[in-house]
Ligand binder design. Structure first.
Ligand code: SAM
Length: 243
């Protein structure tokens, strides 16, 4: 009687695929992507492919299995935890059968990324799971490149606000930071505009929408733009100190 060999456990690798332009994937990430047997990504909304899936579409091995994982766009902790647990279990079943999983995420996988929740949930449930990450270009860096300005220089202090749920947070950041980055600005643009107007900062504020994609749009000098319909993939850079 022969025992079938126990497969070596696979590795979950979070691969940063950059802000949109597929050429901004790192060589290391690309090498792994091209050979990954299973490529997972956050599922798109309304049957459309998600942004990470679109970014890597041209690079995958033809035989790669694509695994769309559902992460609902809600703030309810219970719903989110359930989704992360389900996703982590799906991934674990593949890993324990000896196959590697590459999880691709837009921007950098360690910067406000779904990957972190997936990896943490997986390691909580299965402490033996092996997780690695490949860093990449995050959206604020892509935005400043599009604007042709540095993000920070000399001793400037930088604040990054991931999502604005109250205006006090922004006011406080404007008091101590020299440069403020507002992620997920689309839903709060109007309130932010009012604060920047009061502080006389509209001329030093920029919005970059869909940085590095063919549809990239730049808004410089927001004085005459109290309203802009922005996509979710937009961020604002406020140069509190003029330079
Ligand atoms: C959940 S965060 C993900 C950040 C991502 N991991 C990164 O490294 O940039 C989503 C937010 O990132 C910003 N973002 C991501 N990609 C962008 C792009 N191409 N252009 C402008 N903003 C972007 C937007 O503010 C969006 O609401």
């Amino acid at each position: 009687m022969t025992n079938s060999p126990v497969p070596t456990q696979g590795i979950l690798t979070g691969i940063s695929v950059g802000p949109g332009d597929p050429e901004l994937i790192t060589l290391k990430g690309l090498g792994l992507l091209k050979t990954a047997p299973v490529v997972a990504f956050p599922a798109g909304v309304g049957g459309k492919p998600g942004i990470a899936e679109q970014i890597v579409a041209g690079w995958l091995h033809p035989d790669a299995i694509k695994l769309a994982l559902s992460f609902p766009y809600v703030r309810d902790e219970e719903t989110l935890t359930r989704a992360w647990e389900l996703a982590a279990e799906e991934v674990w079943q593949i890993l324990e059968n000896g196959r590697d999983v590459a999880f691709v995420c837009e921007g950098d996988v360690s910067f406000y990324s779904t990957f972190t929740y997936l990896a943490q949930t997986l390691q909580k449930k299965h402490p033996e799971a092996i997780v690695e990450t490949v860093p990449g270009v995050c959206s604020p860096m892509a935005a400043v490149a599009a604007l042709g300005v540095p993000l920070t220089i000399r001793d400037q202090k930088l604040a990054v606000i991931p999502a604005l749920y109250n205006v006090i947070e922004l006011e406080s950041a404007l008091n101590w930071a020299d440069v403020v980055v507002l992620m997920k600005v689309s839903s709060v643009y109007q309130q932010v505009w009012e604060i920047l107007k009061q502080k006389n900062l509209l001329d030093r504020s920029y919005v970059v929408e869909r940085a590095t994609l063919p549809t990239q749009t730049i808004y410089k000098g927001l004085g005459d733009r109290p309203l802009i319909q922005l996509s979710y993939f937009s961020l604002m850079i406020i140069k509190v100190i003029n330079n």
